[in-house]
Write a protein that binds this ligand. Structure first.
Ligand code: F6P
Length: 354
């Protein structure tokens, strides 16, 4: 067997751990030849395709490395035209690929699904710090991102306390508030604002004003996809040739200006940005990524294609790519963490009763 492996979309802690586990599992269990595709789908769209052999030596020592040794792209779209799709399919044939393992987020899964429909046997592995892939309760990379944001919130608190300021920390996560919610709770944020729950700026200001009288400072954790009631998403920029062109970012500054008009305290905003995607994966993410990589190899060996590895109720499994493509898993409004947050007095930006 000859199996291709690629990483697509944004980088994420744990990608190398998956590459390592897929490779080791396939080498050890069926003696397959494993071919790394460089720069995501871009490597398969190129003529000639850009590849490198993955063997015991090349995956040794990469478990703890951030990023991806294969490189990635969130612009390359193998479905952009019939000619491009045909190039990808021809390249897969020329390379002698029996299957392709595509490690990526919802965008990569949608592209993988499209190629699978055209006859390329594909197994997907869910990756994203956003934790927003349908059918998978925990994607690797998320735990590391939450740890990074939690540390940032702790550090920000020092300045808030010392200067009596309102400190806003903006997280990534796109349209899902998982990072802001879990890191906000772990980092003792007083206010957590999520994309799933439009915030009332007056309700947030009231909390800050109340705290001005007592604790003197407020820490706010806001997901980049959050928006004020009656307001719009804050878009940082658009990447024209990306399958998902809109890049969110900047709501922290918007909120900063809104609050400054209403408060005596100084208000400051910090956008954490790509810091959240960097660095070595946590032990949890290394283990999860290793399990996902091994599970992908099992699916390949069992001939179960056009499926994505999943974790549901703590169990590894798989779902049809068709069931996850073009969807996002956001925080349900009845999620127990939201209830717990309210019950301990965290403001979620609305005036709902505690
Ligand atoms: O999906 C992962 C993610 O980091 C999002 O949280 C963020 O909105 C986006 O990617 C940023 O993308 P880029 O690296 O293209 O700016």
């Amino acid at each position: 067997m000859r199996i291709g492996v690629l990483t697509g979309g944004g980088d994420c802690p744990g990608l190398n751990a998956v590459i390592r586990a897929v490779t080791k599992s396939l080498l050890r269990q069926c003696g397959a030849e494993v071919v790394g595709i460089e720069d995501g789908f871009a490597g398969l769209m190129a003529s000639p395709p850009r590849t490198r052999a993955l063997d015991w030596r090349s995956v040794s020592g990469i478990l703890m490395l951030g990023g991806t040794i294969l490189g990635t792209s969130n612009r390359a779209n193998p479905l952009t035209s019939e000619a491009v799709t045909q190039t990808v399919l021809d390249n897969a044939r020329v390379l002698g690929l029996d299957a392709l393992v595509a490690i990526g987020g919802d965008g990569t899964m949608a592209l993988a699904h499209g190629l699978a429909q055209r006859g390329l046997p594909v197994v997907g592995v869910p990756k994203t710090i956003d934790n927003d892939i349908v059918g998978c309760e925990r994607s690797f990379g998320f735990d590391t991102a939450v740890a990074t944001v939690t540390e940032a919130l702790e550090r920000i608190q020092t300045t808030g306390q010392s200067h009596g300021r309102v400190m806003i920390v903006e997280t990534m996560g796109r349209h899902a508030g998982w990072i802001a919610l879990e890191a906000g709770l772990a980092g003792a944020a007083d206010v957590i604002l999520l994309p799933e729950l439009d915030y009332d700026v007056d309700a947030v200001a009231a909390v800050c004003r109340e705290r001005e009288q007592h604790q003197r400072f407020t820490v706010i954790c806001v997901g980049e996809g959050a928006k004020p009631q009656g307001g719009a998403l804050t878009v940082a920029h658009r990447v024209a040739d990306s399958p998902d062109p809109m890049r969110l970012g900047g709501v922290g500054q918007v909120l900063c200006a809104q609050l400054q008009q209403r408060l005596h305290s100084e208000v400051r905003a910090t956008v954490l940005g790509h810091v959240q995607r960097g660095g070595s994966p946590t032990a949890f993410d290394r283990v999860l990524a290793t399990q996902f990589g091994n599970q992908a190899a099992q699916l390949v060996m069992a001939g179960q294609f056009n499926r994505m590895v999943t974790l549901q109720q703590g169990q590894l499994g798989s779902v049809a790519l068709a069931d996850v493509a073009h969807q996002q898993r956001t925080v349900p409004l009845d999620h127990p963490l939201l209830q717990a947050a309210r019950q301990i007095g965290v403001c979620l930006g609305d005036s709902a009763p505690q």
